[in-house]
Design a protein around this ligand. Structure first.
Ligand SMILES: *[C@@H]1O[C@H](CO)[C@@H](O)[C@H](O)[C@H]1NC(C)=O
Length: 286
């Protein structure tokens, strides 16, 4: 909680500073701020387009939503979750060469094995994505858990920027079409074979989650200005004062080397020292 506490303090300080500079920030936003202190972890889909598709499909098409809790699962629980997502097949990971997949791919899940959705639906799913994309996103997430969450359980909202219609819950009609298009690339438990209702594999892979498509209700997305002078689209009201975090590499050359390393253990600590968290605050509705 140290990380979150510190973050709230920083946000309150930033708001106080902004209030002097701009009278548009209303006093009650401090309270709204404390209620809505869940930070936004922003991913730039230009950095890992395939990973973004898994995430946006999982969040907006399959109904998990984008509010997540890092719940610090142990290794065994993470393995269970990967299995629920359909990554683990008997004899190996489905995206590995052992399972006859072409080389250079990893199984990317949403929700992340390290987290659980905050909403009522948990539909874990996966897609095979290029290794470097998976490592890049995994490194960012790991950095966030360590630095922002202080390696303790914490809540956050993911936002996938530059991901097109699939990542925009504000346009329900375009989203529905994007969901249908992306569906063929996604593996979900129950979508992998002609299993009938009476089939049971007892490993979670026969849950018929394929029926849980297109859950996303229309949401209102509004444009906001951040403390960095950037315009972002965010769901709903009460975003003033929220923290938007991006994880960025210090040395791009080193980062490129690191994301191409083999990382079968799914341990991203080796990237930490070369990553920084950049924070912006939402300052006003525009
Ligand atoms: C960035 O990383 C590369 C590769 O490790 C290294 O050769 C280079 O010296 C680094 N640059 C800086 C400015 O540290």
């Amino acid at each position: 909680m140290l990380g979150l506490g510190l973050s709230i303090a920083l946000v309150v300080a930033a708001i106080a500073a902004l209030t002097t500079a701009s009278p548009a920030v209303e006093p009650e936003s401090r309270l709204a701020l404390q209620r809505r202190a869940v930070p936004i972890l922003e991913f730039n889909c230009n950095e890992f387009p395939q990973v973004c598709k898994t995430q946006c499909y999982g969040a907006y098409c399959a109904g998990n939503g984008d509010l997540l809790r890092y719940d610090k699962p142990d290794k065994k629980e993470k393995r269970n979750r990967r299995k629920q997502a359909g990554c683990e097949k008997s004899g190996g990971n489905r995206c590995s060469v052992k399972k006859n997949h072409i080389i250079g791919f990893q199984c990317d899940e949403f929700p992340y094995a390290s987290s659980s959705p905050k909403g009522s639906v948990t539909a874990r799913l996966n897609k095979c994505v290029p290794k470097a994309e998976n490592n890049k996103q995994g490194g960012q997430l790991n950095k966030f858990y360590q630095q922002q969450c202080g390696s303790q359980p914490c809540d956050f909202q993911v936002k996938m920027t530059n991901g097109g219609a699939l990542c925009n819950p504000g346009n329900k009609m375009a989203l529905d079409i994007a969901c249908r298009t992306e569906k063929i690339n996604i593996e979900q438990p129950g979508a992998q074979g002609p299993a009938s209702d009476s089939d049971s594999s007892d490993d979670g892979s026969d849950m018929d989650l394929a029926k849980r498509d297109y859950f996303k209700a229309a949401s209102i997305v509004k444009r906001y200005l951040t403390s960095a002078g950037r315009e972002v689209e965010l769901e709903g009201d009460h975003n003033i004062g929220r923290s938007i975090l991006q994880v960025v590499a210090r040395n791009e050359t080193l980062h490129e080397e690191q994301i191409n390393e083999d990382n079968e253990e799914d341990d991203f600590d080796y990237m930490d020292d070369n990553l920084d968290i950049r924070e912006e605050i939402v300052v006003k509705l525009i």
